[in-house]
Design a protein around this ligand. Structure first.
Ligand SMILES: NC(=O)c1ccc[n+]([C@@H]2O[C@H](COP(=O)([O-])OP(=O)(O)OC[C@H]3O[C@@H](n4cnc5c(N)ncnc54)[C@H](OP(=O)(O)O)[C@@H]3O)[C@@H](O)[C@H]2O)c1
Length: 278
């Protein structure tokens, strides 16, 4: 990975941190995108020390805020000509009643898990195309919804947080499939994954307290959970392979509705509208 510039979102803990460390060990220039400067700095220091790689940069963005994503990309644009890898990892289950809508009036699971990554990816496309063989890797989940309901995005219809998490992961995978068509001939690939059940802060919070000790015994470590992402980023046999969904480093089908091209286009255009993209 020497000479390659790789951006990982949500890089201060969990799988984003584990992926950043692995890419730094492989010699890449790593851009860690974090929303919290203090924990981002701590993770950056630790990754530099453990990998022996000094080319690890920290950039700050809150994916719930489109303004914040835009200004981080401006910062990136001023420093880098190319981006070889974008790992859209940041996300989680947002269930706090105080913050169910973001500043743009969008439901929080959709805002962070889908629209933040959607906007970031679109703003970085020219840099990914400039690298000639850019790879976009999206952290989806096997709990992605089986039906699409875009009326929940701005709260015209409401659903429980776990259902909204599923909607956000479905939107991410469907807009990824729509992006594949737009990137034809550029050499840039877009693939998605489910990492397995991984013992991280957000995953453990999503299960009842009394079950945590038992479930924790069977859950993967963040290092194990990040293996599929590292495979999608680094593996030479995946050059040019695009529009696929992987579990345990094996290609798997995503839910049937995700392959409906007209619905993919609806998710794409509504997401573009909500993020103010042409
Ligand atoms: N763990 C699992 O079992 C599992 C299963 C399927 C899919 N996934 C997906 O895998 C990805 C990584 O999750 P994880 O389990 O590694 O979780 P984690 O350890 O809780 O890490 C989540 C990361 O996302 C960041 N983040 C959250 N909201 C953000 C925002 N508004 N702006 C910027 N960054 C934000 C967090 O930053 P802070 O530290 O500042 O909060 C943190 O760095 C997520 O997309 C998750 O949905 C996880």
């Amino acid at each position: 990975m020497k000479g390659k510039v790789c951006m990982v979102t949500g890089a201060n803990q969990g799988m984003g941190k584990a992926a950043s460390l692995e890419l730094a060990k492989l010699g890449a220039t790593v851009i860690m995108v974090c929303r919290n400067e203090r924990s981002g700095r701590e993770a950056q220091k630790e990754i530099k020390r453990q990998s022996g790689n000094d080319s690890v940069e920290l950039m700050i963005a809150d994916l719930a805020s489109q303004q914040s994503v835009r200004s981080m990309v401006q910062d990136f644009d001023s420093k880098f000509d190319k981006l070889h890898v974008l790992v859209n990892n940041a996300g989680g289950l947002f269930a706090d009643k105080q913050s169910l809508l973001n500043e743009d009036g969008v439901e929080m699971n959709i805002a962070v898990n889908h629209l933040g990554s959607f906007l970031l990816t679109n703003l970085l496309l020219d840099k990914l195309i400039a690298s000639k063989s850019g790879r976009i890797v999206n952290f989806s989940s096997m709990v992605m919804s089986k039906t699409l309901n875009m009326k929940t995005y701005k709260g015209e219809e409401t659903a429980a947080p776990m259902k909204m998490y599923g909607q956000s992961k479905l939107a991410m995978i469907m807009s990824g499939y729509a992006l594949v068509r737009r990137l034809e001939g550029t050499g840039v690939t877009v693939n998605a994954l489910h990492p397995g059940f991984v013992k991280t802060e957000s995953a453990m919070k999503s299960i009842p307290k009394f079950l945590r000790p038992v479930i924790g015994l069977f859950a993967l470590s963040p290092e194990q959970g990040t293996k599929t992402a590292i495979y999608l980023v680094t593996s030479p046999e995946l050059e040019g392979v695009t529009g696929k969904y992987y579990v345990n480093s094996k290609e798997k089908p995503s839910v049937p509705v995700s392959y409906d091209e007209s619905k993919q286009e609806s998710v794409w255009s509504y997401s573009a509208k909500l993020t103010g993209l042409a």
